[in-house]
Write a new protein. Structure first.
Length: 159
């Protein structure tokens, strides 16, 4: 970049006052990606002080709400590969946030459950995530928030 040229950011306008990405702004996928990029960095920051990542928080939430869930069902719920779940479960267990117990009827299956420490961290993290969501959606009323969530769920269900 030359010294006399100013770097444009994504809010700068281009030719005739149009945003350089104006041809893309009509696409839902493009706007979802842009919204995700805005949301994700703040979401990550809201959990950093708890030494949690979004995926480990999500796993902890699902385990907490579904005591004795199997690793396979956890992987399915998070749309992750089972091998990646094993690494995450190992981390949560090493931190004392969950326990992994063998299922008596099937020795190949582990039942996952949060510990008291895991429940405490989950509740604290959930408060941080709620604060993040409240900041993100401060201009939205309760009905708008509910409608946004409903529409996003509908998009996810399209196969």
């Amino acid at each position: 970049m030359q010294a006399n040229k100013k770097k444009k950011n994504d809010t700068d306008t281009g030719i005739a006052g149009l945003s350089p990405d104006s041809p893309l702004r009509g696409f839902v996928g493009y706007n979802l990606k842009r919204a995700y990029m805005s949301i994700h960095s703040d979401f990550v920051a809201s959990l950093t002080h708890l030494d949690l990542k979004p995926t480990t928080y999500s796993a902890l939430a699902i385990i907490n709400e579904n005591p004795d869930i199997s690793q396979t069902d956890l992987a399915r719920s998070l749309a992750m590969e089972r091998s990646n779940i094993v690494v995450m479960v190992d981390e949560l267990q090493a931190r004392g946030l969950i326990v992994r117990n063998k299922v008596p009827t099937d020795r190949r299956v582990y039942a996952l459950r949060t510990t008291a420490k895991g429940i405490e961290l989950f509740l604290e993290a959930s408060r941080a995530v709620q604060k993040h969501e409240d900041k993100l959606l401060e201009g939205f009323g309760p009905e708008e928030r509910a409608h946004l969530v409903e529409m996003l769920i509908r998009i996810q269900q399209v196969k």
